[in-house]
Design a protein around this ligand. Structure first.
Ligand code: NAD
Length: 500
């Protein structure tokens, strides 16, 4: 069994707190590792390392920072298979999906490689006689990131490349369920040449998070995880005077208008609902239909495809969907199927009885499809975060929009239609941060920011893209006068400075 440590000052730092937690291979159900949980003193050590590194890193030239980021990008590319294997071994998702996660994370490193362009600032000359004004953005200092289990490489990569490129140093607290990918990301940063203390990883649970929130030397916190924790993180960070962005959970609706190509819509619903076993914050969890004929036709098509999905271990190239993250999570996800049935939904596909031969102890759950789900049902009200797709029937576009906009979350949404006017209306009227038009999982590319509305995001900044750069920097405006000695006017004037 592997012992999973911290990474501080470019060195592996074995845990000393005496507290730790198990890491499983979800495909076998076997414990494969024991991850150290950081004490306050260990978090403090990581922050001290980051603080010491910031003194020089904050002033390292843009040319040097960029060169290191390019080297890092190349190493990630070279080691993407290793990263993907680590992700599959601890998270369970299939290898192709894990590779996709690494590629999407690398997009943010590529964005960070161009940081010089983003940090150019603004200059106005001769705003008054002999006076110029420059606006610049400077790093914050030590910043921290707290990340969820479902994207063990991509979500950390949403954060630290931009933060570090902007001149900050970073303390990452990954999910305790699948921490190893973060450690490999940090080791590769060392190999790329980042100085000690620029990127540190502390493993742990709630206790490490609480120390991060309270630590006086941490200027800002980025969080991605569930809504209740995101809300608490925002409150805790603000109490301690920190800048915070806390991305929470989701319940993403895919609206299928009756004119849509139903074969294409069914394919997309399957991919977006059951990919990564539904453990994606941008997963489609509710398909909304308009009109009974289109609804019946779509449900029939989704059910046919769902029944044919190949579920098995993520390292088997034949598997299309892997297991869930833990046994407890599987039981919770499975419980929504009988509860929806009892509350009046129609269970079209029931995946709760699935067994994967040879992997009986793995955390597998088959896919389920629940039709005629209504907003009072638990399956609709909660973020299930598993392979359970709900279908909600409506009679009109307006009714569908009302349903979607009544959700307490507003992360992603999608519309499937051939009608450009209807799609345009939806994209303007829907209350969500990311909208797909015939695109089921509209995760923005690295140079556009990612973020939801309502209870999917607590804070004012979305993550990565331009918002990421703004989040990890603060503005400064410099007003300069270099009077011409030939025309300089002296004298005392207590009036408010005016421009002339
Ligand atoms: P989680 O909220 O349980 O954990 C996230 C992080 O917070 C982990 O590092 C964990 O150790 C820590 N944590 C957990 N409980 C805590 C507590 N009480 N106090 C302080 N810290 C705590 O989330 P998860 O189960 O790891 O991830 C799944 C959730 O993340 C889903 O709700 C999903 O929608 C969400 N998510 C959102 C996005 C997004 O971009 N909005 C992206 C990925 C995942």
């Amino acid at each position: 069994m592997r012992t999973i440590s911290h990474f501080i000052d470019n060195e592996t730092a074995p845990g000393t707190s005496g507290r730790s937690g198990p890491v499983f291979n979800p495909a076998t159900g076997a414990q494969t590792g024991e991850v150290a949980f950081a004490s306050d003193a260990e978090v403090d050590r990581a922050v001290a390392a980051a603080k010491a590194a910031y003194r020089s890193w904050g002033t390292v030239s843009l040319a040097r920072r960029t060169a290191l980021l390019y080297a890092y990008r190349e190493l990630l590319h070279a080691r993407r298979e290793d990263l993907a294997r680590l992700i599959t071994a601890e998270h369970g998702k299939v290898h192709a999906d894990a590779l996709g996660e690494v590629a999407r994370g690398m997009e943010i490193v590529e964005l960070a490689c161009g940081i010089a362009e983003k940090l150019k600032g603004e200059l106005s000359t001769q705003v008054s006689s002999g006076v110029d004004v420059a606006s610049i953005r400077q790093p914050l200092g030590v910043v921290a990131g707290i990340t969820p289990f479902n994207f063990p490489a991509m979500v950390p990569l949403w954060m630290f490349p931009v933060a570090i490129a902007c001149g900050n140093t970073f303390v990452l607290k990954p999910s305790e369920k699948d921490p190893s990918a973060s450690l490999l990301l940090a080791e590769l940063a060392r190999e790329a040449g980042f100085p000690p203390g620029v990127l540190n990883v502390v493993n742990g649970d709630r206790s490490a998070v609480e120390r991060i929130l309270a630590h006086p030397d941490i200027a800002a916190v980025s969080f991605v995880g569930s809504t209740p924790v995101a809300r608490a993180i925002q409150r805790g960070a603000l109490e301690h005077g920190k800048r915070v962005q806390a991305l929470g959970g989701a319940k993403n609706h895919m609206l299928v208008l009756p004119d849509a190509d139903l074969e294409v819509a069914a394919d997309n619903a399957i991919n977006a609902a059951y990919g990564s076993a539904g453990e994606r914050c941008m997963a489609v969890s509710v398909v909304v239909t308009v009109g009974d004929a289109a609804g019946d036709a779509l449900v029939e098509r989704i059910a046919k495809r769902a029944a044919a999905l190949r579920i098995g271990p993520g390292d088997d190239p034949a598997s299309e969907m892997g297991p869930l993250i833990t046994a407890e999570h599987r039981e919770k996800v499975a419980s929504y199927v009988p509860s929806a049935r009892a509350q009046g939904a129609e269970v079209v596909v029931d995946g709760t009885g699935l067994a994967v031969p040879g992997h009986e102890s793995g955390f597998f759950l088959g896919v389920s499809l629940l039709d005629r789900v209504t907003p009072e049902m638990d399956a609709y009200r909660d973020e299930i975060f598993g392979p359970v797709l709900c279908v909600a029937r409506t009679g009109s576009y307006d009714e569908a929009l009302e349903l979607i906009n009544s959700s307490r979350w507003g992360n992603g949404t999608a519309v499937f239609t051939r009608d450009g006017g209807a799609a345009r209306r939806f994209q303007l009227e829907v209350e969500a941060g990311m909208v797909g038009v015939n695109v089921p999982i509209p995760v923005p590319v690295g140079y556009h920011s990612f973020g939801g509305w309502k209870e999917s995001l607590f804070g004012d900044h979305h993550i990565y893209g331009n918002d990421g750069v703004r989040f990890y920097t603060r503005g400064k405006v410099i007003t300069t006068r270099w009077p011409d000695p030939a025309t300089a006017e002296g004298g005392i004037n207590l009036g408010f400075p005016s421009n002339h």
